[in-house]
Design a protein around this ligand. Structure first.
Ligand code: ADP
Ligand code: MG
Length: 318
């Protein structure tokens, strides 16, 4: 099977989706064309995943397809962007049709779920790696950035944290318990908070998706906004399954481990008070933004401790 036949068979089907009028030209020409409606800003981001670095060797291809697009789409959620389309640069060691079928299936399921159509890509031979660029739209000037947090804003997070990080130790378990299966599922099938991100445009002053760990990612908001924060351990939401599996360590997973793709958001108190219950129910208040820089956990300074630092590819071990 040649490169073009491969693209036609496995990837072009992901380009045809009703309801996506914004992609005028998809795969097959030298470039894709997306029409940006007047009054919208285009919000876009690229993510690369390399085998053995971002996903395990011999990882199930359908899970990889889903996770790759979910991780990329999560950045759109964090900006409050409405997903439109994506491109895929895929590097494959060989043409393995059963792998391609699984990968295209998982990717296609995610694309449908998130409202993203495939607009084009690039296919090359080499060690397994993929880059996905995702595009989304916001009404002009309304994208939620990291830099808008102000003193007095509440720090809130969506869903529960720590499950995907804890799942790493159970991925090879042959017959997982119900609790193990729950956290494993959260690792394999993360759900980017796209609808929530869009709903937060009217309320949030800053947002980030939690991909590297809550303390590290909240740290990015604090730095970009030149503020500090105090958060409380006991308020950080953890799932009942994580609690039962890891006991008193559950909160540490929630604070330090990534891959959950929840949102961490800052919201002024007055906005929080006026927010609909349906929005508040998806969020948990864990602390408050302060003018004094640094991050305080139950009053103790964790601002520059190395334990707060999330995954960094280029950090040297000391
Ligand atoms: P060019 O050489 O002009 O850059 P390519 O040969 O790389 O074009 O790609 C041909 C067409 O196939 C392009 O429209 C490109 O977007 C599309 N394409 C290539 N790889 C993929 C892929 N993995 N998924 C979707 N479309 C792809
Ligand atoms: Mg060309």
């Amino acid at each position: 099977m040649g490169e073009f036949e491969l693209i036609r068979q496995y990837f072009v089907p992901l380009a045809c989706s009703p309801g996506s009028q914004s992609v005028l030209v998809g795969p097959g020409d030298d470039c894709a064309i997306q029409r940006i409606p007047a009054g919208s800003d285009l919000v876009f981001s690229i993510d690369t995943l390399v085998e053995s670095v971002h996903f395990p060797l011999n990882y199930r291809p359908d899970f990889l397809g889903w996770r790759a697009l979910a991780a990329a789409a999560s950045d759109l959620a964090a900006m409050g962007a409405d997903p439109t389309c994506f491109t895929l640069a895929l590097t494959l060691p060989e043409v393995d049709e059963s792998w391609l079928r699984g990968f295209a299936f998982g990717l296609g399921e995610a694309a449908k779920a998130f409202g993203l159509v495939l607009a084009g890509g690039d296919t090359t031979r080499g060690p397994l790696a993929l880059s996905l660029q995702v595009h989304g739209l916001v009404p002009q000037g309304t994208a939620i950035r990291r830099s808008g947090a102000g003193p007095g804003d509440l720090v809130v997070v969506s869903g529960s944290l720590g499950d995907a990080g804890a799942a790493l130790q159970y991925l090879d378990v042959l017959s997982p318990s119900a609790d193990e299966a729950y956290v494993i599922e959260r690792y394999h099938h993360p759900e980017p908070r796209l609808k929530l991100g869009i709903a937060l445009r009217d309320f949030a002053t800053a947002a980030i998706d939690v991909s590297d760990g809550l303390l590290a990612d909240l740290g990015h908001i604090l730095e970009a906004s030149s503020v500090g924060a105090s958060i409380e351990r006991s308020r950080v939401p953890v799932s009942p399954s994580l609690k039962r599996l890891t006991g008193s360590a559950a909160c540490d997973y929630a604070l330090h481990s990534g891959d959950d793709y929840e949102l961490c958001v800052t919201i002024p108190e007055a906005s929080w008070a006026s927010a609909p219950l349906s929005l508040k129910q998806q969020l948990t208040v864990i602390g408050v933004i302060e003018s004094m820089q640094g991050l305080r956990l139950d009053g103790a300074d964790v601002g520059s401790g190395s334990e707060t630092v999330g995954f960094d590819h280029f950090r040297r071990e000391s």
